[in-house]
Design a protein. Structure first.
Length: 133
């Protein structure tokens, strides 16, 4: 059964590029264009991993992650923060609300794919990608 990934990001070019790469690798990919829609999509689809932006037009990624982690069926779902905000405080807050990995935009697709594969094939542990610190 193919793994599923939910991308929650309001930037169409980033989303389209990620969707194309992930679908080519056999992932089933869902997309939400804002935080509230992302929470709903996560509850509906229960993806194996979530890629989440911080800055969005309604609620930010921190709040999205907090809501997802409060949902019992989603509490162990790994969340990969993918953000242009590279400040240490953003990284720390992302990890504090339950993020598994923090990657910076612009990103390398191979880093995102490696994070998904690592998080969905091994037991969930909190980590920060040292390459992007």
């Amino acid at each position: 059964m193919p793994k599923s990934v939910l991308i929650i990001d309001d930037e169409p070019l980033i989303t389209a590029a990620l969707m194309t790469r992930l679908e080519a690798l056999g992932y089933h990919v869902y997309h939400a264009i804002n935080g509230l829609a992302g929470v709903q999509a996560a509850e509906l689809h229960r993806p194996d991993a979530i890629i989440l932006d911080i800055r969005m037009p309604d609620i930010d990624g921190y709040e999205v992650c907090t809501r997802i982690k409060r949902t019992p069926e989603l509490s162990n779902t790994p969340v990969i923060f993918l953000s242009a905000n590279v400040q240490d405080s953003a990284r720390q807050r992302a990890m504090a609300v339950g993020g598994s990995v923090f990657l910076s935009k612009p990103y390398e697709a191979t880093d995102v794919i490696a994070a998904i594969e690592d998080l969905t094939e091994q037991p969930l542990t909190l980590k920060e990608n040292a390459k992007h610190v």
